[in-house]
Design a binder for this molecule. Structure first.
Ligand code: F0G
Length: 364
C-alpha cells in the first residue's frame, strides 16, 4: 500500500530535491510536507495588468504558512546532523514561527529574538505554541540579528537566519517548482524584499535550472521594499525603518550584496511601494482574487500595479503584453489579523431571528 509519506507534498523539500541540496547519508529526512505549493493563475488582476499570463506562487500554503519552511527544513536538519542542541534566530515573525516548528519536530530547543512590540500576533502565537523561548528585544530586527549572530559565534547554538547558507539552498526550490509548473522560467518575477534572502534564493534556483537546461531563460527579478524601509532602493542602511508590512521592516538587510547581484545579473530592479499602495493591493488580492496574504506579501502585487502603469509597460519592446509574470505570495493573512480587522473591526450584531437577518441583509 502506498504510504502517505510517499506523496510528493508530504515528502518535503529535502527528499524531493536531495540531488540539488546539501543532503548526505547522515542528514535526517526532516519534513512537515513543505514545498509543492500551488501556482494559481490570476482571474481579475490580469485584466488590469494587461500581460499574457499572471500567476501567484502561494508560498503561504507551506506548513507554517510562509515560504520560510523551505529553507528552515534544510537549516534545522543540518543543525541536527551537526549534533546541535538548539537553534536561534532573529525574526520579524515568520522565520521564528518556522524555526520553532522545525525545532519542535526535531527535538531541538529554539531561541527566538523578535523586535519588541512589532511582531504580528499570529506569528508570535505560532512560536509560543511550538514551545520556543522567545525574547522581545528593545530594538528593531537589525539589532536582534546583530545580537543573534554574536550569540551563535560564542555558543554552540545554530543560527538559522538566512545568513545560514542552508536557508538559501532550501528556498531556491521554489524557483524549481515554478519552472516545472510552467514548463519554463517566467519572464518576470515580482517579489517582496526584506532581509533579501528570498530574492537571492530565487535567483540561485533559476540560474541552476537554466544551467541544467531545465529552463530556456532566466526571469528578470523585480523586488519591492516598503517605502519606509527601503535601504537597498536608497543605497544606505536605515536606523529606524517603518512600515505596516512588519515582516519587511528591515533597515540593513543581511543579503544586501547578493540581492543587488541578483537584481543586476537578471536585468531587474528593486523599487519601493508606499504603505497605502501595499494596503490597497492587500485588499485587492483578498477581494478580487480570493487570496488572503499578509501585507509584506502584497508589496510585490502593489509593485506590479505600479510597474504596469509605466508608459514603457504599456507600449513598445518592454510592453507587458507578451510577458508571463509570477508574483511570490510569501505569507498568510491570518498571521496578521489586526491589519485585516483594521479595515472593518465592527461586525454588526443581529437578533437570532429570520426576519431580522433578512432585514439586515437587505432582503426584506
Ligand atoms: N514576506 C514575508 C511574509 C516575510 O516574512 C519576509 C521576511 C519577506 C517577505 C522578505 O523576505 O527577508 O528573504 O527578503 N521575513 C523575515 C522574518 C525577515 O524574520 O520572518 P526576505
Amino acid at each position: 500500500m502506498e504510504r502517505l509519506t510517499d506523496k510528493p507534498a508530504a515528502r518535503g523539500v529535502l527528499d524531493r530535491y536531495r540531488d540539488r541540496l546539501p543532503v548526505t547519508n547522515e542528514t535526517p529526512m526532516l519534513s512537515l510536507g513543505e514545498g509543492g505549493t500551488p501556482l494559481v493563475s490570476s482571474r481579475r488582476l490580469i485584466e488590469r495588468i494587461g500581460c499574457k499570463d499572471l500567476y501567484f506562487k502561494l508560498e503561504m500554503c507551506n506548513p507554517t504558512s510562509s515560504f520560510k519552511d523551505r529553507g528552515m527544513v534544510v537549516a534545522v536538519a543540518k543543525a541536527a546532523e551537526a549534533d546541535a542542541r538548539a537553534v536561534l534566530c532573529a525574526s520579524t515573525g515568520n522565520t521564528s514561527a518556522s524555526a520553532a516548528a522545525y525545532a519542535a519536530r526535531s527535538g531541538l530547543d529554539a531561541f527566538v529574538l523578535v523586535p519588541h512590540g512589532r511582531v504580528a500576533k499570529g506569528k508570535l502565537a505560532q512560536a509560543v505554541a511550538h514551545g520556543a523561548r522567545i525574547f522581545a528585544i528593545r530594538g528593531n530586527f537589525d539589532d536582534a540579528l546583530a545580537i543573534a549572530r554574536r550569540v551563535s559565534e560564542k555558543h554552540p547554538i545554530a543560527l538559522v537566519n538566512s545568513v545560514n547558507p542552508h536557508r538559501i539552498e532550501g528556498q531556491k526550490t521554489a524557483a524549481f517548482e515554478i519552472v516545472d509548473d510552467l514548463g519554463d522560467a517566467p519572464d518576470l518575477l515580482f517579489i517582496p524584499v526584506g532581509n533579501a534572502g528570498n530574492i537571492t534564493a530565487y535567483w540561485r534556483g533559476f540560474v541552476e535550472y537554466f544551467q541544467a537546461e531545465r529552463a530556456s531563460q532566466k526571469p528578470r527579478l523585480i523586488g519591492w521594499q516598503a517605502a519606509g524601509a527601503a535601504p537597498i532602493v536608497r543605497g544606505e542602511p536605515l536606523d529606524d525603518p517603518q512600515t505596516v508590512a512588519t515582516a519587511i521592516r528591515i533597515g540593513n538587510p543581511a543579503s544586501w550584496e547578493a540581492a543587488v547581484a541578483a537584481r543586476d545579473e537578471s536585468g531587474g530592479e528593486i523599487s519601493a511601494v508606499t504603505d497605502e499602495e501595499i494596503l490597497a493591493a492587500y485588499r485587492l488580492l483578498a477581494e478580487e482574487e480570493g487570496i488572503f496574504c499578509e501585507p509584506a506579501s502584497a508589496a510585490c502585487v502593489a509593485g506590479l500595479l505600479k510597474y504596469a502603469a509605466r508608459p514603457e509597460a504599456l507600449e513598445g519592446p518592454e510592453s507587458l503584453r507578451d510577458q508571463t509574470i509570477v508574483c511570490v505570495i510569501t505569507g498568510h493573512g491570518l498571521k496578521d489579523p489586526e491589519t485585516a480587522l483594521a479595515i472593518e473591526a465592527e461586525v454588526p450584531e443581529v437578533d437570532a431571528d429570520l426576519a431580522a437577518v433578512e432585514s439586515a441583509m437587505g432582503l426584506a
